[in-house]
Design a protein around this ligand. Structure first.
Ligand code: AHR
Length: 507
């Protein structure tokens, strides 16, 4: 086997990797909010004003930068006034998308903002375009962000909150091509302009407005949204308007929509198919960016991947509408491959939100509905190993002599990599996607002296290894001794099916 080389010019920093690509998503779906984040003040599970203390602690360790809420599809059914005021007087509603269950609105605006405060995360509020009015959205922004005695600020005060909150991120609808109204893109583009106009900046709060974007390879959707901006090509200093970003949703599964595959029972072929589909995100980002570049040569408009991750068949015996799934080493590598792509496209991808934080889809955390036990997933550990990339300058990684494998008509390189630098440090992320073979990679490190290194590895004997309440550390990061000096820099052992990070001290 030839040795793979990764050439990295440590003195040529590229665009900054926004910490916001490490964002999260919490929808009123299954046990994400209720039982995940929110247990209520009277719960025996330790909580702060009803919010699970252990979940907050685990997420704070990830430095979670932002949290998207209340959906997803739920957002376009959500009427914010139902979720304010005394909890026992809040109206109920049917959560028709997710299990057809009755939602009691115990977790609403104040609870979400409290959660963001506890997490130290920026709120990303997803506004309702599908079934909400322009006035309703406008009032919500006023309620959240206005300081004086305006009607909505007064209502917020009456509900116990004097100071306005800071809300940096605002979503204009969700999946408007589907659950968010089944709209044609031309119609939605006009509505996004209209709603964005009335989602006003109040006082010192500047909203970054994100219009519901395309799914997968729907480049036409992106194209029409980009056409709807005020002229972007003219003054490079003028901000984009009336909204500032478009979103993209892309989920990874190993089967068709009707049978997405099992989270834990899969073949080696399905392993490769999944990772090939994960890697496809790079092509999606390239092609959506190319469309955006045509209209926006100064790159004023952000691309926000505000839903991504694996979507498997639900765990046997669980509610099909609750989207509860296990999370294995395969999910961890799906995450690392996506994060590499976000780093590589840092010039356009300003934010991303993995779906979803707790108990739903590719979660960071699983909680047991009976015992309340909390489990950190393999995906959580990839996010933890990558915190050094937050707000660091991306570094190009040129891979040489990487073996590839033909998977479903595409060529899948067996190594995925990315790197960044901040102050006198650098972080290199390396995924060995090979199900069976370990390999060694030479890091050809140029431009700066490397005076020290620390490495960690995430792997397990089985491809489908995962963590449970009984065995919570089956997949957990460990210090990695397989790094040696090499005439060109460092030589790193990558065990089969592993994720490795190498932190460098630079002079
Ligand atoms: O994340 C689950 C669902 O997936 C979201 O509600 C929706 O936006 C998407 O289809």
């Amino acid at each position: 086997m030839t040795t793979t080389t990764a050439v990295i010019d440590l003195d040529l920093p590229g665009p900054t990797i926004s910490r916001h690509v490490y964002g999260h998503f919490a929808e009123h779906l299954g046990r994400c909010i209720y039982g995940g984040f929110w247990v209520g003040e009277d719960s025996p599970v330790p909580n702060v004003r009803g919010i699970r203390a252990d979940v907050v602690e685990a997420l704070r360790a990830l430095h979670i930068p932002n949290l998207r809420w209340p959906g997803g599809c739920f957002a376009d059914d959500y009427h914010w006034r139902d979720g304010i005021g005394p909890r026992d007087q809040r109206p109920r509603m049917v959560n028709s998308h997710w299990g057809d269950v009755v939602e009691d609105n115990a977790f609403g605006t104040h609870e979400f903002m409290d959660l963001c405060d506890l997490l130290g995360a920026d709120p990303y509020v997803s506004g309702n375009i599908g079934s909400g009015t322009v006035a309703e959205m406008s009032d919500w922004v006023e309620y959240l962000t206005r300081a004086d005695d305006s009607p909505m600020a007064a209502l917020r005060r009456a509900n116990g909150r004097d100071e306005p909150w800071r809300v940096p991120f605002w979503g204009l609808g969700n999946e408007a091509w589907g659950c968010g109204g089944n709209l044609r893109v031309e119609q939605f583009a006009s509505m996004a302009r209209q709603y964005a106009t009335y989602a006003r900046d109040q006082g010192g709060n500047a909203l970054y407005r994100i219009a519901a974007g395309a799914s997968d390879a729907d480049y036409h959707w992106t194209e029409v949204l980009m056409r709807s901006f005020d002229d972007l090509a003219q003054d490079p200093a003028a901000p984009a308007g009336p909204f500032q970003a478009v979103s993209l949703h892309y989920y990874t599964m190993s089967g068709p929509w009707s049978d997405k595959g099992s989270a834990t029972e899969f073949t080696t072929d399905e392993w490769y198919l999944t990772l090939s589909r994960a890697r496809y995100v790079d092509e999606l980002l390239t092609r959506h960016s190319t469309v955006m570049d045509r209209y926006d040569p100064h790159r004023k408009v952000g691309l926000v991947v505000d839903e991504w991750g694996t979507w498997w068949n639900v765990e046997p015996g669980t509610n099909p509408g609750f989207l509860y799934q296990q999370n294995t080493l395969r999910d961890a590598l799906v995450a690392s491959v996506h994060l590499d792509a976000f780093h590589t496209h840092a010039d356009r991808v300003v934010m991303a939100n993995i779906a979803q934080t707790v108990n739903v889809l590719q979660a960071m955390i699983l909680t047991d509905p009976d015992s309340g036990a909390l489990v950190l997933t393999p995906t959580y550990h990839v996010f933890a190993m990558n915190t050094g990339h937050h707000d660091a300058a991306s570094l190009a990684v040129h891979l040489r002599d990487v073996e590839t494998r033909d998977v479903d008509g595409r060529s899948l390189p067996m190594v995925s990599a990315s790197a960044s630098t901040k102050d006198d440090t650098a972080l290199v992320s390396l995924s060995n996607l090979d199900a069976d073979a370990a390999r060694t990679i030479v890091l050809d490190l140029r431009g700066r002296d490397v005076v020290g290194h620390t490495a960690h590895v995430l792997t397990a004997p089985a491809l489908n290894a995962h963590n449970t309440a009984e065995a919570p550390s089956t997949v957990a990061p460990a210090p990695h001794a397989g790094v040696r000096a090499h005439p060109r820099g460092l030589e790193v052992d990558l065990p089969a099916h592993s994720y490795v990070t190498v932190a460098l001290d630079l002079r």
